[in-house]
Design a binder for this molecule. Structure first.
Ligand code: PLP
Length: 388
């Protein structure tokens, strides 16, 4: 088979590969603790499920506009206006099957071949993958542990060139749990404004935050027209499998992104959008409860990891991941993660799944019960004793 050249530039999300390998081991009878996949272990709140079922029964089973159901776009516009303190109208909203297509579509829509996009590394692997796939130049900005995994704004200034088309930020961040401060965002906004650059602001974890408030770069003067806010239901409402996300952007861009949707998915499933309306307008106490549970688990895992010799772990401020430093163990992290899966029956991700600057780190998702987290930690500790 002769594939198109760009297919060889496409990366992947290792989480799905590790999950598949873990499942194979389980099929052979091995007990595995799953700390690899980035999805809440909670069930979608009942009122949202009921709204989805009701919508199916009421016949919301047909195509709908590519940009999304008008009533859902309206609810999203209200929600984003309120939470980001900006003024969004429904025509600025594009609904997609999960938030991921917003990444794909916006990178494709805004960068020509050879133009540059700056993205966080370690960071969500799909940014780098898609940038490379479309033939743009992927320019990583390193997130360092000593800087609490925030990007260094002086370094960012140096990476910007005449060819920079977009800066991608993600706060709270996957895989580190790091958060950009308001001051960081201000500097990034100033750069974007002075150099006429778009910012793709991945805010999918904006409701899963443990200290302080979420700040969106879109709220700085002049930034709304240069920002694409990416968000969705997956993480906040434990709805990963429903595939429901959205982007908020200037209207003229939204029209183009909707056209990409027409050319690919046609539209997002109709009944899931009705469930999305319930998610955003219904009671929010379950969300608060989930965040409370994540926080409790975070504290258990950070403390537990810091008790294991040769591992040190910062306390993340948001999302549901820790990114512990395992450099003292002295193994390449890919080999270490294989070892932990096969020897200890603990599925985690190696840091380089998130880019080259992830060497020396592993990512553990604590979207699992305290009991399983404790079980995983004790297995890791025991297995590491075999590595001299
Ligand atoms: N952005 C980040 C940083 C993520 O970690 C994820 C999912 O893991 C997504 C976006 C994609 O979310 P969705 O499942 O809604 O496509």
């Amino acid at each position: 088979m002769k594939l198109a050249e760009k297919m060889f530039r496409l990366g992947t999300e290792t989480a799905f590969e590790v999950l598949a390998r873990a499942k194979q081991l389980e099929a052979k009878g091995k007990d595995i603790v799953h700390l690899e996949i980035g999805e809440p272990d909670f069930i979608t709140p009942r009122n949202i499920i009921d709204a989805g079922i009701k919508a199916l029964n009421e016949g919301y089973t047909h195509y709908n506009p590519s940009a999304g159901l008008p009533e859902f776009r309206e609810v999203i516009a209200k929600e984003v206006s309120k939470t980001r303190n900006i003024d969004v109208n429904p025509d600025q909203v594009v609904v997609t099957p999960g938030a991921k297509p917003i990444m794909f579509f916006c990178i494709m829509a805004l960068a020509n071949e050879g133009e540059e996009i700056i993205y966080p590394n370690p960071g969500f692997p799909i940014y780098e993958s898609v940038i490379n796939f479309i033939g743009a130049k992927a320019v990583p900005i390193q997130l360092r542990e000593e800087n609490d995994f925030r990007l260094d704004t002086d370094e960012l200034k140096k990476l910007v060139t005449e060819r920079t088309r977009m800066i991608i930020i993600n706060s709270p961040q996957n895989p580190t749990g790091g958060i950009l401060t308001r001051d960081d965002l201000k500097v990034i906004a100033d750069i974007a404004l002075s150099k006429d650059i778009f910012v793709l602001s991945d805010e999918i974890y904006s409701r899963i935050i443990y200290e302080g408030d979420h700040h969106s770069i879109s709220s700085f003067p002049g930034m709304q027209e240069r920002t694409i806010i990416l968000d969705g239901m997956s993480k906040t409402y434990a709805m990963t499998g429903w595939r429901l996300g959205y982007g908020v952007m200037r209207e003229d861009l939204a029209v183009r992104i909707a056209k990409l949707q027409t050319n690919s998915n046609s539209c997002t499933a109709t009944f899931t959008q009705m469930a999305g309306i319930e998610a955003l307008t219904g009671p929010q106490d379950e969300v608060a409860g989930m965040v409370e549970k994540f926080k409790e688990r975070r504290d258990v895992i950070v403390e537990g990891l810091n008790h294991i010799p040769r591992i040190s772990c910062k306390t993340p401020k948001g999302a549901f991941y820790v990114f512990p430093n395992v450099k003292e163990i002295g193994w390449e992290v890919r080999k270490l993660s294989d070892f932990l899966l096969n020897e200890a029956g603990v599925a985690i991700l190696f840091g380089t799944s998130f880019g080259k600057y992830g060497e020396g780190y592993i990512r553990i998702s604590y979207a699992n019960s305290v009991e399983n987290i404790k079980k995983g930690l004790s297995r890791i500790e025991k297995a590491l004793q075999k590595i001299k």
